[in-house]
Design a protein around this ligand. Structure first.
Ligand code: FES
Ligand code: FE
Length: 360
């Protein structure tokens, strides 16, 4: 797990003036809205006896612990200890850690790390979210898997002809080859565009979008944004129909990930089509789930030579390299740091040349 990033940790619509627990990075946080509707984020642990503040309540922007009633301001300072006699001072240490938050694209983003505000990696861009003509639905799914495996699954097109052979991949199930593609690398992200010629008729719902004789092939732009955001953009062979799946794969702990996703579409934008859009996104992820949960080791190896790579894995190699770079900058949280030290000695020169040529 990595520090120093903004994590899209909850949907904005789920955060109200009632305290809500959010778990990520092996920790618990409590979120609530103050009277200005701004989101406040605090550690979900009272400094008195460790009770979860998320079971408490909000009073005039402050949060009250449900155990002995200590009251904390939005900056984490305790301002009242009900059991104290008048005049007894409040201990200086009676305060809770608070975290920077911002809201964008329908998510609450929480920053966890020690970088000054100007040095923090910015949020990814998703201009379609506020653009006219797009309709958005959202959902979430829990995986018994590490977030790095979940993210890699989403940005990997070569599994589509197999795992999704009976759904949206049915048109390419008999021709799984992926043409070599270029990876466009940026400071915190990378993307690649692949095209898929439908060699046979796609089944079900997808046939309306993919079976147009003589039209251009389906084009999919796959991107990731460090450390846990994926974005798939489907450019369908008809008209200017597009669909974007933007997901935050939240690292809950080393074995659990919750993907909070939104699907944006610029076709069938009436509300009656929302349920179907949501159902199809979820069905696709449920097809991936048992395979991703079976992967071993659970975390992607920091040693690039530990698993085998072929040209169609170029985007995932880019992710592994950026991930490793973050670890080398000291942004890893304990577990990863030790793994990095073990693996550093084993990287062969030959392999570095191979991966450099795939990525550059
Ligand atoms: Fe919170 Fe005692 S545990 S007030
Ligand atoms: Fe998949």
């Amino acid at each position: 797990m990595l520090k120093n990033f903004w994590y899209a940790c909850e949907f904005s619509s789920a955060v109200t003036s009632k305290p809500k627990r959010v778990s990520l990075l092996n920790q618990d946080f409590v979120l609530y809205r103050n009277s200005n509707k701004e989101v406040v984020a605090l550690k979900d642990q009272c400094p008195h006896r460790g009770a979860a503040l998320s079971n408490g309540w909000v009073e005039k922007d402050c949060i009250r612990c449900p155990y002995h009633g200590w009251k904390f301001q939005t900056d984490g300072t305790c301002i009242q200890i009900p059991a104290n006699q008048p005049g007894v001072p409040i201990p200086k240490k009676a305060r809770i850690d608070t975290y920077p938050v911002q809201e964008k694209y329908g998510f609450v983003w929480l920053f966890w790390g020690d970088l000054a505000e100007q040095k923090r990696p910015p949020l990814p861009s998703l201009t379609e979210f506020d653009a006219p003509g797009w309709r958005v639905v959202s959902g979430e799914l829990q995986w018994n898997a590490h977030y790095t495996r979940v993210l890699e699954n989403v940005i990997d097109f070569s599994h589509v002809a197999f795992i999704h052979a009976n759904s949206f991949g049915s048109g390419i199930a008999d021709q799984p080859q992926i043409e070599n593609y270029d990876v466009c690398l940026e400071e915190w992200s990378a993307s690649a565009t692949v095209t898929a010629n439908q060699s046979k008729k796609t089944k079900g719902f997808w046939k309306h979008f993919l079976n147009k004789q003589g039209s251009r092939p389906l084009s999919v732009t796959l991107s990731f944004y460090m450390p846990n955001i994926s974005r798939l953009e489907f450019d369908f062979p008809i008209g200017h129909f597009k669909m974007i799946l933007f997901s935050s794969h939240l690292p809950i702990d080393d074995k659990t990930t919750v993907s909070k996703w939104i699907v944006l579409r610029n076709f069938l934008t009436a509300p009656w089509a929302d349920g179907d859009a949501r159902k199809r996104a979820l069905k696709t992820m449920l097809e991936d789930k048992p395979i991703v949960e079976s992967q071993s080791p659970q975390v992607i190896p920091d040693d690039l030579t530990a698993e085998l790579h072929v040209p169609s894995d170029a985007l995932s190699i880019a992710y592994r390299k950026l991930h490793k770079q973050c670890l080398e900058m000291g942004w890893g949280m304990e577990h990863h740091v030790s793994q990095l030290h073990d693996s550093n000695n084993h990287i062969s020169e030959h392999f570095q040349i191979l991966t450099n040529s795939l990525i550059s």
